[in-house]
Design a protein around this ligand. Structure first.
Ligand code: FAD
Ligand code: PHB
Length: 394
């Protein structure tokens, strides 16, 4: 059996696991990542696109923000669109100068993998049967299989960064773990299209036919989403149907037109709110989607992953450098405070902007009133903007 020894064993090479490994490396702490997919697969998985102001700072300070600063798109606002007209929310003036960066999650992942490998970091891709053991002891282990046979990572701590469907959360005893959950009666159909953006900021559209989101990845690529049924079959959405629905939901009475282009990627994302508490048991610490999920309307998923591992890297550094365990003990409480703020914001944006299949005329009037309030009241717009750009780290 192939046996490795390290300080922190990390399960999952998504944004959480990769950034944690990099932040630990900067603190002189060794780690090994085990990931069940291939490098090619994780580098091309199209997901989130918005980085909060604070996430941009974390990546920059960690020395992995160079390409993001060059190729990412700095945005100073978003548009809320309803009743066939647009209303801009200006971030800097509402938040004391904060903004967001539009930069694909898979680009963040590519930058982090390159930085890890350049620093001699160990990422074991394409492993199978990952399991964690002895998490209540001071010598936990991760076991798995590679093409070469069974392998083990012996470590002092395990970071469960293995996403919502991972195995780490399940290793926490059922009587200790409390789960809070909400399912939504819709999903998002997302496309990536080879079409230059026709608007320079994101557009969140509330429409009687359902929500639509206009986003982008580069000066050549648009990213678009449509609210669809939760059990929707992507095969029922040929490109022409997607474009026709996007035109209907996004276009305005003043003649703004959506530009079409070849569809490069198409997929359906379910909508769910989920929090597992606490985010730690013994020497196992959960981070990112392994511990919590938000519906993507608030653009918070990847940002929460960044905030979690920032807190975890600091706590582990305090332990390894100063034998302090107070930050490790406080990890779950520190993260959950931010997680629940993002849960509320994501739920609120989702509830305001989607059509609920069982929603009656009363609910629709409430949503419309809320939208009109947000775009006309300085206080309400500031609240949206403050949450969207992300609250400062505590
Ligand atoms: P992940 O990115 O899920 O990474 C977990 C990693 O662990 C993966 O590489 C996985 O392969 C690996 N793994 C899983 N199980 C195991 C195992 N047993 N052993 C080893 N490795 C394992 N957020 C937005 O803000 N906007 C969006 O549009 C958006 N779209 C999304 C679409 C989809 C389909 C999904 C699933 C999420 C989306 N999100 C979106 C959320 C956002 O992408 C996540 O919040 C973010 O990826 C969290 O990072 P993470 O590292 O915690 O988890
Ligand atoms: C994206 O560009 O993929 C994106 C942007 C904002 C969201 C969700 C997804 O709220």
């Amino acid at each position: 059996m192939d046996k490795l020894r390290t300080q922190v064993g990390i399960v999952g090479a998504g944004p959480a696991g990769l950034l944690l490994a990099h932040l630990l490396h900067l603190e002189g702490i060794e780690s090994v990542i085990v990931e069940n997919r291939s490098r090619e697969y994780v580098e091309h998985r199209v997901r989130a696109g918005v980085l909060e102001h604070g996430s941009v700072d974390v990546l920059t300070q960690a020395g992995v923000g160079e390409r993001m600063r060059r190729e990412g798109l700095l945005h100073h606002g978003i548009e809320l669109r309803f009743g066939a007209s647009g209303h801009r929310i200006d971030f800097p003036s509402l938040t004391g100068g904060r903004s967001i960066m539009v930069y694909g999650q898979q680009e963040v992942v590519k930058d982090l993998i390159a930085a890890r490998l350049a620093a001699g970091g160990r990422i074991q891709f394409e492993v199978a049967d990952v399991a964690v053991h002895d998490i209540e002891s001071t010598a936990p282990r991760i076991t798995f299989r590679t093409i070469g046979g069974p392998a083990e990572v012996a470590c002092e701590f395990i970071a469960g960064c293995d996403g919502f469907h991972g195995i780490c959360r399940q290793a926490i005893p059922g009587q200790t773990l409390h789960v809070f959950e909400r399912a939504y009666p819709f999903a998002w159909l997302g496309i990536l299209a080879q079409a230059p953006p026709t608007h320079d900021e994101l557009i969140y559209a509330y429409h009687e036919r359902g929500f639509a989101l206009y986003s982008m990845r580069s000066p050549q690529i648009t990213r678009l989403y449509l609210q669809v049924a939760p059990d929707e079959d992507v095969a029922r959405w040929p490109d022409e149907r997607i474009w026709s629905e996007l035109h209907l939901r996004l276009e305005t009475s003043d003649g703004w037109k959506l530009r079409e282009g070849p569809v490069l990627e198409k997929g359906i994302t379910g909508m769910r709110s989920f929090v597992a508490e606490p985010m730690q048991h013994g020497r196992l610490f959960l981070a990112g989607d392994a511990a919590h999920i938000v519906p993507p309307t608030g653009a918070k998923g990847m940002n929460l992953a960044v905030a979690d591992v920032r807190a975890l890297a600091r706590a582990l550094a305090a332990f390894f450098h100063s034998k302090r365990s107070d930050l490790l003990d406080a990890y779950s409480a520190i993260c959950l405070k931010r997680v629940w703020r993002a849960e509320h914001f994501s739920w609120w944006m989702t509830s305001m902007l989607h059509c609920f299949p069982d929603g009656d005329a009363f609910q629709q009037r409430l949503q419309r009133s809320q939208l009109e309030y947000v775009v006309s009241s300085h206080a309400a717009a500031a609240s949206l903007a403050e949450n969207y750009v992300g609250l400062p780290f505590g």
